[in-house]
Design a protein around this ligand. Structure first.
Ligand code: PLP
Length: 441
């Protein structure tokens, strides 16, 4: 598979998208509002989604394993979610006051995640992790936070650190250095972020103990989601829980992605109780959303009764009724049986891809948990961010483009998610499309 061949096929299929991108270039930098969705020479513009499919401006129909970066667990335009959002919207899009929808969604979430006793809504996962970090600092009186190399937690300064660093500038594997993942991150921020290696419990414990007196929180995506869906080794999260508890460091589970792996999210699946949890993506049914919460004694900083709250958290669209209604409809559809089905879809896909890679003797593997998966173009045992880096750095984008040409949408880094709109045949279509792509390599 040559990138030139894949690009020329892509260009031939997407003339209308190219024209739209020309329009966009006049009014947006690079024609773009969302770093993650852009790829050269231009992204395809999406006209509509239905079930497991997205149809672009040129009429190309693709089966969607991206699902708006794992948000659309039911698929596109699910009738009951559309109906709930339409009914809420018909009564008013947003108000300068609360509605009962937010109570009902909060009840559903707190029932599913026992550690999430009190919760607040935001408009994005970014705002959720930003607030979780802020409240952890306020509660502990400490300044530093720890996060994992390769972990993405949104786009505020504190977490745009060591998201996908070049190991050549990122220090040793056991004690990674904080590397800014964007321009504009003040060096003062970097001084307050400790970076840890995923799945190395001894190294993490050592660093956390050394820094304990300064550490407000350890921020953990239990799947290292954007870093490649690398499951925690047995006992790893428990070790993190124990050391943070010993030292009064708040354990924040960022479940923006991982909430979809079980009825009660990663905390249920891995048997760990966090102090604070952040959520997003699926809980808004496809609309902008985030949430954060946890122990009532910590969340009390947001309690506005008897004078001002100690932490300010306004937000014109926080807990808007349309998002809340879509979230409720989505969670209602996510019954225990739905998770059995999601797991089965994920297992079918991982099994099919593994067999294909074995049969074709490719240097690659597939990781994942539940309905989530990620293709990796390396044969190193996958343990952390560094081990998941592809031997050929262009391989993920080449495969992404080639799959687009085959009618399959993934994320550019190879991460994907199965949705309840998919049938077994859709999973087999993915595996067959990948087989055709690899046969061109
Ligand atoms: C684990 C995790 N946390 C936070 C975020 C940020 O969420 P949002 O894009 O809604 O700001 C993401 C987004 O992909 C994420 O994967």
């Amino acid at each position: 598979m040559s990138i030139e061949r894949e690009l020329s096929e892509y260009l031939a299929k997407t003339a209308r998208s190219r024209a739209l991108h020309e329009d966009a270039l006049a009014v947006m930098p690079g024609g773009n509002s969302r770093t993650t969705t852009f790829f050269d020479p231009y992204p395809f513009y999406i006209g509509r989604g239905q079930g497991a499919h997205v149809i672009d401006a040129d009429g190309n129909d693709r089966i969607d394993f991206n699902g708006n970066y794992t948000s659309l667990v039911l698929g596109h335009a699910t009738p009951e979610v559309v109906k709930a959002a339409q009914e809420a919207a018909a009564l008013g899009m947003s108000f300068p006051g609360p509605t009962d929808h937010e109570i009902r969604l909060a009840e559903m979430l707190t029932r599913r995640i026992p550690s999430l006793q009190h919760v607040r809504f935001t408009n994005s996962g970014t705002e959720a992790t930003m607030n979780a970090v802020r409240v952890a600092r306020a509660f502990t009186g400490r300044t530093k936070i720890a996060k994992f190399e390769g972990a993405f937690h949104g786009t505020h300064d504190n977490v745009l650190v060591s998201v996908a660093p070049d190991p050549k500038v990122a220090g040793g594997r056991r004690r990674p250095k904080p590397v800014p993942s964007s321009e504009g991150i003040p060096s003062a921020v970097l001084k307050n972020v400790i970076v840890l290696p995923w799945n190395d419990a001894d190294a993490c414990e050592e660093t956390l103990e050394r820094e304990a007196g300064n550490l407000a929180a350890l921020l953990v995506d239990p799947l290292l989601g954007i870093g490649g869906i690398i499951a925690p080794a047995d006992g790893f999260l428990q070790r993190l829980r124990a050391v943070t508890e010993r030292h009064g460091i708040l354990l924040i589970f960022d479940e923006v992605i991982s909430f979809r792996i079980a009825w009660g999210g990663a905390q249920e699946r891995f048997g760990v109780r966090a102090d604070l949890t952040t959520l997003g993506k699926i809980i808004g049914g496809g609309l902008p959303v985030g949430a954060f919460g946890g122990r009532p004694d910590i969340m009390a900083a947001y309690d506005p009764r008897r004078g001002a709250a100690r932490i300010s958290h306004g937000g014109t669209f926080n807990a808007n009724p349309v998002t809340m209604a879509a979230g409720i409809a989505t969670l209602n559809a996510l019954t225990p049986e739905a998770y059995v089905r999601l797991d089965a879809l994920g297992e079918r896909l991982r099994g099919g891809v593994s067999r294909l890679l074995d049969a074709t003797r490719r240097r690659g593997q597939v990781s994942g948990v539940g309905s989530l998966f990620c293709l990796h173009w390396t044969s190193s045992p996958l343990t952390d961010y560094r081990s998941s880096r592809p031997k050929d750095p262009h391989a993920p984008l080449r495969v992404f483009l080639a799959l687009l040409n085959e009618g399959v949408l993934l994320t550019q880094r190879g991460m994907g998610a199965c949705s309840l709109a998919m049938a077994d045949e859709d999973i087999d279509r993915f595996v067959n499309a990948l087989a055709r792509v690899l046969s061109r390599e």
